[in-house]
Design a protein around this ligand. Structure first.
Ligand code: BGC
Length: 361
């Protein structure tokens, strides 16, 4: 205890700086300098970052007894760099980031590296970056599952030459590029052979859900409401589309996709307003990244099975890529069984009957 107090006194200035930047979780004990630092991107583009990633990363670091500090840049690129600087000043030896774009992400990674801090790209690859590891899902496969999911729902509805609209993710998120590659590998051949009609398509900057509503309203206006299916790149965008469809009395008639298996999306699926989502077991992703980070913090290197080639630099980045899973009405229960969402959160009064019908227990 005495030693801890001495350390605290010595680190007084640095600890103060951390509090001043609004440190929202100095885990591993306030008195110790953070050793593993994490920067999450925001809490608006998807619920996952605060409700899943933070929780699972914290659990992994706590179980290993390592000091950590998890911050959220709330979509602010300047804050992102400031947070990284402060975390390093406060003793981080490993930095794990979910970049807001490759340019600013690269600056953060390179600066950390120059200061002898090991880095990990978490979920999003920083193009041209210098991270030692990349931990994510097979994101082209995520997109492929979305395309195939939409195709199944349109087939179930016996849609004839359906007009399909696409809402892509943020143009500055490499994952959005990969998701698009995946779903267009399914949809483009169907447009080309006349099975589907290519409708309006647009990227949604910063995955902003409010912008997505505006974009989709314009798409409806522009087509005179003739949109029969929507490939929305994540659940937040999907929900923005569904809210707009509801205003126009079209929900349930137009299948909409998503990803992240958040509570709202699962409820939309139960209600019949959303066709599918993609469940990414964030616990696996957080556990894999935490394991690598913990090893790096002890100056150990773990070998990982995969390699991803950075398309910008041509560098082969040692990678862990996990497998995503499609969720339709009948498999909503799997997400609950996996502990990702609770039955209490999902099966609120309005959804109890649907939960029973879908076998959620
Ligand atoms: C993640 C998605 C998330 C999106 C918006 C992507 O990089 O892979 O899970 O929905 O960012 O935050």
């Amino acid at each position: 205890m005495r030693r801890v107090l001495t350390t605290l006194a010595a680190a007084g200035l640095a600890a103060g700086a951390l509090t001043a930047c609004g440190g929202d979780s100095s885990g591993g004990g306030e008195s110790r300098a953070a050793k593993i630092a994490v920067i999450l991107p925001d809490s608006a583009s998807s619920n996952r970052w605060e409700t899943a990633d933070r929780r699972y990363l914290e659990a992994a670091f706590k179980a290993a007894g390592v000091a950590y500090d998890i911050q959220n840049a709330q979509g602010d690129k300047n804050a992102f760099q400031t947070i990284a600087d402060q975390q390093i000043t406060n003793g981080a030896t490993v930095l794990m980031i979910v970049n807001l774009d490759s340019g600013t992400g690269k600056a953060v990674l390179d600066k950390a590296k120059n200061q002898g801090v090991a880095t990990i790209d978490y979920d999003r690859l920083t193009l041209g970056g210098s991270a030692e590891y990349y931990v994510s899902f097979d994101n082209v496969q995520v997109g492929k599952l979305q395309g195939e999911g939409l195709q199944k729902c349109l087939t179930d509805l016996k849609a004839e030459k359906p007009v399909v609209a696409e809402l892509h993710g943020s143009p500055t998120d490499n994952n959005a590029t990969l998701f698009k590659e995946g779903y267009e590998s399914v949809l483009n051949p169907l447009y080309a052979n006349g099975t589907y009609v290519k409708g309006p398509q647009e990227p949604v900057p910063a995955w902003n859900n409010t912008t997505a509503s505006t974009i989709f309203e314009q798409m409806l206006t522009q087509t005179g409401n003739k949109i029969d299916g929507v490939l929305a790149a994540n659940d937040g965008l999907g929900n923005a589309v569904i809210t707009t469809l509801k205003k126009n009395g079209l929900n349930g008639k137009v299948p909409v996709t998503g990803q992240d298996a958040d509570v709202q999306a699962l409820q939309n699926i139960l209600a019949g307003d959303q066709c599918m989502t993609v469940y990414k077991a964030v616990k696996q992703e957080a556990d894999a990244a935490a394991e690598l980070a913990i090893a790096l913090s002890k100056a150990e290197r773990k070998s990982v099975p995969g390699r991803v080639t950075d398309p910008e630099s041509g560098r082969d980045v040692p990678s862990v890529l996990l497998t995503p899973k499609t969720i339709f009405f009948d498999s909503v229960k799997d997400v609950v069984a996996d502990g990702y969402v609770t039955k209490a959160a999902l099966c609120t009064e309005a959804y109890q009957a649907k939960c029973a019908e879908a076998g959620v227990s």
